[in-house]
Design a protein around this ligand. Sequence first.
Ligand code: GLN
Length: 312
Amino acid sequence: SPIETDRIQSLLPHWVETSRQRSSQGKVAAYIPELSKSPIDALGVYILGADGTSASAGDYNLSFTMQSISKVFTLILALMDNGEEGVFSKVGMEPTGDNFNSMLKLELVQPGIPFNPLINAGAIVISSLISGHSNDEKSSRILNFFRELSGNDTLTYNFDVYRSESATAHLNRSMAYFLLDNGVLQGEVEDVLDVYFRHCAINVTCADLARMALVLAHDGTDPLTGAALIPRRYVQIAKTFMITCGMYNASGEFAIQVGLPAKSGVSGGILTMVPGRYGIGVVGPALNRKGNSIAGVHLLETLSREFDWSLF
Ligand code: GLN
């Protein structure tokens, strides 16, 4: 309600400035060279209610690439294209406890499928499951879906980040070839990787993430337009993965300290939500050792504690 977002708004700028100080203890991602240019002490947040009222503070106008946050929505599109059986014959449902780019467990489960769709190996498999006759068609289906969910038809790629990642993604490439050998990947490996790098490089602001999260917070229906965009079951699956795997190998700690479904990306974004109430977008490019925004996580811990948002 407007009263609640007003109350959040009155407190938010102070909390952002307190959390922002954590940034000096983190590092911006540098393995994608272009991301090393991100502003290290930026922190922004946008909280959007079902009635369209919002609260925002700090660098909420910063644009940044979605990176791993996009994996939640490509998973949903793959489910809409292939159904549950089609998807879960190719990726598992279990957290790994390893880094997001680890290859360690790819040999463990027969027939060599990735543990879950939110680690890189799993998300690359998901990219291969998006329907379309060419990688261009697959990529434009993904971009259009993201535009629809964010209510922003100007969403587009950051080509500098896309090129930078594609040129340096030796680890993701090696995983993709490993998955090809396991018989898990269909199609041309480079085409699949191109679809993956593109959706990771879609530029957003905190407001875009908040609107996409708001749709998940309302079981797949955009409360601002009434449009049913995602079947409820697929939202349920996505939110469950966000709880168990969304913050990489810090998902358990985040579930205890914040208690909300969330997904982070190495550009410092975090998408989260208070189910039935708010969609939330956060950005803070300085990352902790697990690859999550150090100031962003601190801010969400504060908010969850103050407003008793934990689902548990
Ligand atoms: N594009 C990034 C990668 O594949 C996404 C990873 C992330 O955000 N954790 O490394």
